[in-house]
Design a protein around this ligand. Structure first.
Ligand SMILES: [Zn+2]
Length: 494
């Protein structure tokens, strides 16, 4: 079966290769680029240009730049900057009659590059860290203005001077709760999405409001209303290998990286993180003082081996343990990549298919000895048909792996930002909240269902019921009945 395909005359073509780490995406990208330079007469393009979409690699170059940006804004800045650079590279490629081939393990980036308008803060709004603070010239929306006019003086001054980095909820619950209260006052739907302990997300949402001059829920509603329109006419290729085989390949690659000096690289990075000429830093950077959640320190391998290198008494056993941790981290990372592609990117591609006519194609790279028949040939045939606007095959028909992996039920929350917001509401458990300064919040749905069945919750509920009975003995009957009517497991949306 083949699909009719409308030529996207207004949109220029792009080929996007996604997939897990270690599956051969770069190899395929180069192969396709070579193919394009061979068969010029068949489609009119003179070659291909590979554009990298990999956060793990891009972070290395970004690190010195991102140090100038408040930590809460870094993730948004990096993707915004990357999209800005990538669209420029793609435009240059098109102008020189070359087909851009986007290759990367960060499907999230590819998704936002191809489907614009879904980032809370778009690349155009990313303020340059070196420029003067002219970003504050945006005039706030009526919705934000009216919400701001109703908050207390304390919350208003908190909004005007947001902290540069999110407070740690464990160390400073007061500051964490104040930020959540501010979000609750300004944008209750968004506040319901995040636990007050998740200070990074709470602060990020407040920053978006401050920078964009609009409530986050307003931004999301606009995004939900707009359909997913791609920036380019895109052929999506998902390079896939069965988990058992992929793990084997990842382990081999990890061993090779260690042989080729991964440890030296970690040493260099540790030194970069602690410049020796820093005034007053006598001790240098230690494993415990590095924030592994930012920039290059997120890179797989760094955390595992930096701890090993910092160990005062290294041993073969400790080394092997670090190697094993590295391999496990690789497997988990690959698993997360597949989850994103299946749940998010695939849904977005499907939702936009009515306008593009192009689906996502899975290429089975499980058997390396069959690479040319299972991967190269299939990919170049698809690419040629795509560039000539010929009919394309039905994606699940390509292989049994394609049939299995591409069959995911459509979920509104995967493509609709407002549905996603409402799908993860946190509820306040009034039974378990014994201290109002530390409210207990649980996610609606299965987590809440499990929570009310938990021993801790039941014990507190029983205790409170007993206490109530004692109180009821001395209260008028009317009060007793109204109290009983509300039941034990009272809860309210926070
Ligand atoms: Zn509870």
């Amino acid at each position: 079966m083949s699909l009719p395909r409308v030529a996207q005359m207004a949109l220029r073509p792009v080929i996007a290769i996604c997939g897990t780490t270690g599956v051969g995406k770069s190899k395929l990208g180069v192969e396709l680029a070579l193919k394009l330079s061979e068969n010029i007469d068949r489609h009119g393009w003179t070659g291909g240009v590979v554009v990298n979409a990999d956060a793990m690699q891009a972070y290395k170059g970004f690190d010195t730049i991102t140090n100038k940006i408040p930590p809460g804004e870094r993730a948004g800045y990096v993707i915004g900057q990357w999209i800005h650079d990538a669209t420029r590279a793609i435009s240059d490629a098109h102008d020189s009659k070359k087909v851009p081939i986007i290759v990367g393990g960060t499907a999230y980036w590819i998704q936002h590059l191809i489907f614009p308008g879904r980032l809370a803060v778009e690349p155009e709004q990313v303020s340059c860290p070196d420029s003067s603070p002219s970003a504050s010239t945006v005039s706030p929306s009526d919705g934000l203005l009216s919400a701001l006019s109703q908050v207390t003086v304390d919350l208003r001054s908190l909004f005007d001077s947001l902290p540069e980095s999110p407070p740690l909820a464990a160390d400073d619950p007061g500051a964490a709760l104040a930020l959540h209260n501010l979000l609750q006052a300004l944008d209750p739907d968004v506040a319901a999405r995040w636990h007050w302990r998740d200070t990074r997300k709470v602060l990020r949402n407040l920053e978006i409001m401050k920078n964009s001059g609009r409530k986050v829920s307003e931004v999301l509603q606009e995004q939900s209303a707009a359909s997913l329109r791609p920036r380019y006419d895109t052929l999506f290729l998902w390079l896939y290998a069965e988990p058992t085989e992929l793990k084997r390949r990842l382990d081999i690659r990890a061993d090779e990286m260690l042989e080729n000096g991964l440890l030296d690289e970690v040493r260099t990075l540790t030194n970069l993180a602690s410049p020796s000429d820093e005034v007053g830093s006598g001790s240098g950077t230690t494993a415990s003082s590095i924030n592994y959640t930012h920039g290059v320190f997120q890179s797989i391998g760094f955390r595992e081996f930096n701890r090993y290198l910092a160990d005062p008494s290294p041993s073969e056993i400790k080394f092997q343990a670090a190697v094993q941790n590295l391999k496990t981290a690789n497997h988990q990372y690959a698993k997360r990549q597949i989850t994103w592609i299946r749940n998010k990117l695939l849904s977005a591609v499907r939702a936009s298919k009515s306008t593009t006519g192009v689906g996502m194609y899975l290429l089975d790279a499980t058997e390396l000895q069959k690479w040319s028949s299972d991967v190269s040939d299939v990919a170049s045939n698809l690419m040629e048909a795509f560039l000539r606007c010929d009919p394309l095959p039905d994606p699940p028909s390509l292989s049994s792996a394609a049939q299995r992996m591409l069959s995911v039920p459509a979920k509104a929350a995967a493509t609709d930002p407002t549905a996603a917001l409402l799908a993860h509401r946190k509820l306040l458990c009034s039974v378990c909240t014994v201290n109002d300064a530390l409210p207990v919040m649980i996610e609606e749905g299965s987590q809440w269902a499990a929570h009310v069945k938990s021993t801790a919750h039941k014990r507190l509920a029983a205790k409170q019921a007993k206490r109530k009975e004692r109180v009821h003995d001395v209260l008028p009957a009317a009060t007793v009945s109204s109290e009983r009517g509300r039941g034990d497991n009272r809860w309210r949306p926070y």
